[in-house]
Design a protein around this ligand. Structure first.
Ligand code: SF4
Length: 122
């Protein structure tokens, strides 16, 4: 039997959840102050979700820079490698506003990759 500690980030209380794992399955979850913690712990065990952050190339005539980007919602960490491959092949040009969708519905996840910064010109 294994024990794993996970911090629930669903609300500001940030409960510390303790999972006991037996034969690759969750046997028990404790430390949650509400039922949402159970759902969080299960998802964290099966398929952890995180906000993806990176940069991509922004080009304006002969000038180049990097545009910070992020996913619009937490997304499966299992997809990060494929997302990085797509991001590395993507270029944009100004003007870009913070929140602009750079890549729509990436990998059919219904999550967008958006600009984290406004760049009007290089
Ligand atoms: S278990 Fe419930 S109360 Fe605790 S952090 Fe998660 S959502 Fe908030």
């Amino acid at each position: 039997m294994l024990e794993k500690t996970v911090v629930c980030t669903t609300c500001p209380l940030e409960c510390t959840l303790k999972l006991t794992i037996n034969n690759d399955a969750i046997e028990s979850i404790s430390g949650n102050k509400c039922s949402r913690g159970i759902d969080y712990a299960k998802l964290e065990f099966i398929d952890p979700q995180r906000i993806f952050t990176s940069t991509l190339l922004i080009k304006d005539n002969n000038k180049e820079s990097l545009l910070p980007i992020r996913s619009s919602k937490p997304i499966s960490q299992k997809l990060f490698k494929e997302i990085i491959e797509i991001v590395n092949k993507t270029e944009v040009s100004p003007p870009i506003k913070m929140g602009d969708i750079i890549i729509n519905n990436i990998l059919n996840s219904e999550i967008n990759i958006v600009a984290s910064r406004t760049i009007i010109k290089l």
